[in-house]
Design a protein around this ligand. Structure first.
Ligand SMILES: NC(=O)c1ccc[n+]([C@@H]2O[C@H](COP(=O)([O-])OP(=O)(O)OC[C@H]3O[C@@H](n4cnc5c(N)ncnc54)[C@H](OP(=O)(O)O)[C@@H]3O)[C@@H](O)[C@H]2O)c1
Length: 285
């Protein structure tokens, strides 16, 4: 029986990245639907749960993506509400690679040293990746600060993660790299989660900082999100700090993403969100 992955995207186009990884994770067919909301997803869910026998249902799965984290969370809730006993399929939420990227990035940090009690700053943390990074760091016991160019956006992101994960994170407004360098002044962990191709810090802003221990830059497109970190850095030592660039930890992100897709087809009752995907990443790092 063919393994079918239904890609439910909240954006106007299903993400090509997610389609490719769907196939690489083991799906025989990936079927994309876009512009999905809690209001229009119901009939599509019905198509996944009413078409195969109980033993066959594990061969159908749902992947939720898109660039809006809150929209993704709401779509996941709507999909789950449509399920009822005996009529469900496995589902994974990974808006903009949020959960798989955050899980891989935080898993490498946890493997390096305990994070409890450390001050962590998530730079430009208002996007899907940054929000999930902030939540996972806080769940590890770190004291987390999340920056944005607009304080209201930072507050909204912190509130959303508090509601979803029950964690406390502190919003900070940082208009430019000088403000961001002040935000990391006494931090031990810095995680850059800014938009693709945006430099958030220059090398001079962190190289002489005596407090920073670990740094991760998620931005894979030049220029780097953190100047002085190479995208290929993989636990490299630079100026006394251990650093990872986007490609350096991106290999684990991709492996985690593929592994989660593969697992969707082993049972029809699985839900892969941040916590479950983080558990997969910790086991793989
Ligand atoms: N390495 C990997 O395996 C991997 C996988 C997936 C994604 N990524 C990368 O992870 C990063 C985060 O992804 P995402 O989807 O969460 O990002 P995003 O939503 O596109 O952007 C994150 C935040 O960047 C800030 N930003 C945008 N333009 C800026 C500018 N000119 N100056 C300063 N800040 C700016 C915005 O925050 P404010 O408006 O609130 O300031 C925005 O909310 C991206 O670079 C993405 O490419 C890496």
């Amino acid at each position: 029986m063919k393994k079918l992955l239904f890609q439910f995207d909240t954006d106007p186009h299903p993400a090509v990245f997610d389609t490719v990884v769907g196939y690489d994770g083991g799906a025989d067919h990936v079927i994309g639907h876009c512009g999905l909301t809690p209001g229009n997803v119901g009939p599509l869910v019905d198509g996944t749960i009413f078409t195969r026998s109980p033993k066959e249902k594990k061969n159908t799965a749902i992947f939720i993506g898109g660039s809006d984290m809150l929209a993704g969370q709401e779509l996941l809730a709507a999909v789950q509400q449509r399920f009822f006993p005996g009529f469900q399929v496995s589902v994974m939420l990974d808006s903009n690679g949020s959960n798989t990227t955050a899980a891989a990035g935080v898993a490498i940090l946890v493997k390096n040293r305990p994070l409890a009690g450390k001050k962590a700053v998530v730079l430009a943390g208002t996007g899907p990746v940054g929000q999930r990074v902030a939540a996972l760091l806080a769940l590890q016991g770190a004291e987390v600060f999340l920056t944005s160019r607009e304080i209201q956006r930072a507050k909204n992101a912190c509130r959303a993660m508090a509601e979803r994960f029950g964690v406390k994170t502190t919003p900070l407004e940082t208009h430019d790299d000088t403000a961001r360098s002040k935000a990391i002044a006494d931090a031990q962990i810095v995680f850059a989660a800014g938009a693709t191709g945006i430099e958030l810090l220059q090398a001079k802003h962190w190289q002489d900082n005596p407090h920073i221990e670990l740094m991760v830059d998620a931005n894979a497109a030049p220029p780097a999100g953190i100047g002085g970190i190479d995208s290929m850095d993989r636990g490299s030592e630079r100026h006394g700090k251990i650093v990872w660039g986007a490609i350096g930890f991106g290999a684990l992100k991709l492996a985690v993403h593929r592994a989660c897709i593969a697992r969707l087809f082993t049972d029809c009752t699985l839900v892969f969100d941040a916590e479950e995907i983080f558990a997969v990443a910790k086991a793989m790092v």
